[in-house]
Design a binder for this molecule. Structure first.
Ligand code: NAD
Length: 715
């Protein structure tokens, strides 16, 4: 029996219900044979008046087969190209049939799923929040190669199609109707196929209903061709704007833009060939491999609970106590209340706690004014937050998270004073960003219930939470922290205790290396520009200004007390910078009146002129590639060390954590995945060169050599 269930009714309508092996329909090995057989049978039908494509799964169709896309290697181009063309041929035969083909979209139709819909003449979707439509391939370094670029461009016109193609925007059925991506919706799922049948019956005798817009006589692409005078500005600006956004590091959007432009110029079938070639080119790139590995497989592993202890029942946090209503505490209160959790927000005074709650009110009002939420819902969420200055109000919390000042004595004191208010099976989380969890847990009577729950600033925007296990943290506490993080809709990575954990420690190497390059005499603008050219969100100097040099000074003092700064080899240069910048010149960072940059009230920031006097040496030359590699390799090496010493428990956590928590360049797929496509031997060699020229901190960690010897990758 085929995985495409073929049924013809007495009216002459064939319904093809896709029901592939496994939980979803996708373009796996079953797909092409099933599609070909169905299309072949349709072409032989007599008395056929229409065809419906439907799904027996919860989603309509899930898209491409990412395993086979990952396996495609240079040298396999021709075979890959032919594979795409074979699918396209079936879609083309289908849409050229003289009867209307209707997509009955019961669930998500993304990527290949929406491409099937585009090859149909009419698209009807179930109006439900689980139904999303779009072409998200760009997010995996690919293009929609099953006709997606060409058909969407022909359907909507280049200007309207571009956001869906270049940003991978996903939309609800209502928005899809408004955008012209589908034709209509039904309110009830059971009305979907009957509505499709009614459409076919009503279309009888109407020849146009079986002709795609681009196959109609006198078809003109909406908005005109890209070389029409009306589009001249877009043709000129779009590539430049794109380049500015991707910094030339991501080939997919560039190939998509080119394909979409060409789709307006050449005939439909030629455009399809261009599109197939584009996908063939992209699928072989390291960027696509990196992005598929991390943003699909890695993220699924992380969110699927690979780092959550097994066989522990799922825990629901109902009431959370948050100590400290400062920058972090108020954000944690907001995301918790948004997830329907009761929040007790405590600070040293009632006013301070109220001010923390006001932060949530501000964010909620913004949503109301943008019509993303109604007033009643906003009030209900706000009503979940109780500001207080009384410890007793913490009674019965399932979880208490402390986010008070970064001070061990204070944190220990608070733990001792308030952990008794936790419910019997409650647990304790510290939002410390630098202090060892094991040491903080010494302040607790139940260290097994003590765990690090490290949020990133701003909490409402940053998608990651780094969970840190101390020496005595139990699996139960870890499972609970993991579940809480999922409950507030964040992505949890799990790491073992180590000073500065994984994210802060690795991020610190970016700042440290930037500081070294600066004091060696490099022009500060060049340095920051190269950080960005590498794909980091901002250069090392600009980012240190944001997180503040003051904070670096405090962290340095703590590490100095612990005697680890010199052990890390990060002492001398940092001491010099802190002395020059803060002690001698009062340059503590953006929120301390300026740091490496000046921040004029009504103008763009610019480098603080004193910085040139301190370090800039005109006589020295710096190689761009060396600077970029130094900034990148330091972070990659630190991540490898974290894996080697078990601070990182999984590769997926390292990749997702580096992308979402540190801002690792998207094209790398994270700091560990980067090594896979860079090539292990090549990585070892380049580390050797950097070590010889710049110092021992570039020594390649043994784990890379071990992996190479075992012929394995970091997965
Ligand atoms: P903050 O100074 O903005 O807020 C700290 C709050 O704690 C203040 O409102 C203070 O009044 C309150 N507080 C002090 N003693 C208290 C007590 N005994 N009981 C109740 N409240 C008390 O600091 P922040 O930036 O929100 O940082 C808080 C914690 O989060 C620190 O441990 C910090 O390392 C960590 N953290 C900060 C960031 C960041 O980017 N700022 C990121 C991750 C983690």
């Amino acid at each position: 029996m085929s995985v495409f269930n073929y049924e013809k009714d007495t009216d002459g309508i064939v319904t093809i219900t896709m029901d592939m092996t496994g939980p979803v329909n996708s373009m796996n090995d079953e797909f092409l044979p099933a599609l070909s057989a169905a299309v072949e049978r349709l072409t032989q039908e007599s008395g056929l008046i229409g065809v419906i494509f439907a799904s027996a799964k919860k989603t309509f169709f899930a898209g491409g087969n990412l395993h086979s896309l990952l396996a495609a290697e240079p040298g396999m181009e021709q075979k890959f190209f032919e594979g795409i063309e074979a699918v396209k041929r079936e879609f083309r035969t289908l849409e050229l049939m003289p009867v209307p083909i209707v997509a009955a979209i019961n669930g998500a139709a993304l990527g290949g799923g929406y491409e099937i819909c585009l090859a149909c003449n009419h698209r009807i979707a179930y109006k439900h929040k689980s139904v999303q439509l779009g072409l998200p391939e760009v997010g995996l370094g690919l293009l929609p190669g099953g006709g997606g670029v060409v058909r969407l461009t022909n359907l909507l016109g280049i200007e309207k199609a571009l956001p869906y193609l270049l940003e991978g925007k996903k939309v609800t059925p209502e928005k899809a109707v408004a955008a012209g991506m589908i034709d209509e919706t039904v309110d009830k799922l059971e009305d979907l196929v009957p509505k499709a049948k009614a459409y076919i019956l009503a279309s009888q005798g109407d020849e146009a209903s079986s002709v795609q817009p681009w196959d109609a006589k006198d078809f003109r692409i909406p908005g005109g061709k890209i070389n029409s005078p009306k589009n001249a500005q877009m043709a000129m600006m779009a590539p430049a704007m794109l380049r500015q956004k991707t910094r030339g590091l991501l080939p997919a959007p560039e190939v998509i833009l080119d394909t979409a432009f060409q789709a307006t110029l050449v005939d439909f079938d030629t455009a399809q060939r261009v599109e197939s070639r584009g996908l063939t080119q992209l699928v072989m790139t390291p960027q696509a491999k990196n992005m598929i590995s991390t943003f699909f497989f890695g993220l699924n592993k992380v969110n699927g609970g690979a780092s959550r202890p097994k066989n522990i029942e799922k825990n629901l946090t109902r009431k959370v106590g948050i100590l400290g209503a400062g920058m972090m505490g108020q954000g944690i209160a907001y995301v918790s209340a948004m997830a329907g959790i009761e929040v007790v927000l405590k600070d040293i005074s009632h006013d301070a706690a109220e001010a923390g709650k006001a932060y949530s009110e501000k964010l909620l009002q913004k949503q109301v004014s943008r019509r993303r939420m109604d007033e009643a819902k906003a009030q209900a969420i706000l009503g979940l937050i109780t500001p207080t200055a009384n410890d007793e109000d913490l009674q019965g919390c399932d979880l208490i998270i402390e986010a008070v000042f970064e001070n061990i004595q204070l944190k220990n004191k608070i733990t001792a004073a308030t952990e008794k208010y936790l419910s019997d099976d409650g647990f304790w989380g510290s939002n410390t960003s630098t202090l060892p969890i094991t040491q903080l847990a010494e302040g607790s009577a139940r260290p097994e219930n003590f765990i690090g729950i490290h949020f990133f600033s701003p909490v409402d925007k940053m998608p990651l939470v780094e969970i840190i296990c101390g020496e005595k943290t139990s699996d139960e506490a870890l499972a609970k922290a993991f579940d809480y993080t999922m409950q507030i809709r964040k992505t949890p990575i799990v790491v073992n205790d180590s000073l500065a954990f994984f994210t802060s420690r690795t991020f610190g190497t970016y700042l440290d290396e930037g500081g070294r390059i600066l004091t060696e005499g490099c022009h500060p603008v060049k340095l920051d520009n190269l950080g960005q050219a590498l794909g980091m969100p901002v250069g090392p100097l600009a980012v240190q200004d944001e997180t503040s040099l003051e904070l670096s000074r405090k962290a340095m003092e703590t590490w100095e007390e612990m005697g680890v700064l010199d052990q890390w080899g990060e002492g001398d240069n940092n001491r010099r910078i802190i002395k020059d910048m803060i002690t001698d010149n009062g340059r503590g960072g953006r929120h301390h009146g300026g740091g490496y940059y000046e921040y004029p009230e009504n103008g763009e920031k610019y480098i603080w002129p004193g910085l040139y006097d301190l370090y800039y040496d005109e006589s020295k030359t710096f190689d761009d590639e060396d600077i970029k590699d130094r900034l990148l390799f330091r972070q990659v090496i630190e991540t490898l060390k974290c894996l080697e010493t078990n601070v990182l428990r999984t590769v997926a956590d390292g990749n997702i954590g580096s992308i979402m928590g540190i801002g690792a360049p998207i094209w790398t797929g994270g700091f560990l995945q980067f090594v896979n496509t860079y090539g292990l031997q090549k990585f070892i060699d380049r580390c050797g060169e950097l070590e010889a020229e710049f110092g021992q901190r570039f020594a390649c960690p043994q784990i890379v050599k071990d992996k190479l010897a075992a012929n394995e990758l970091f997965i």
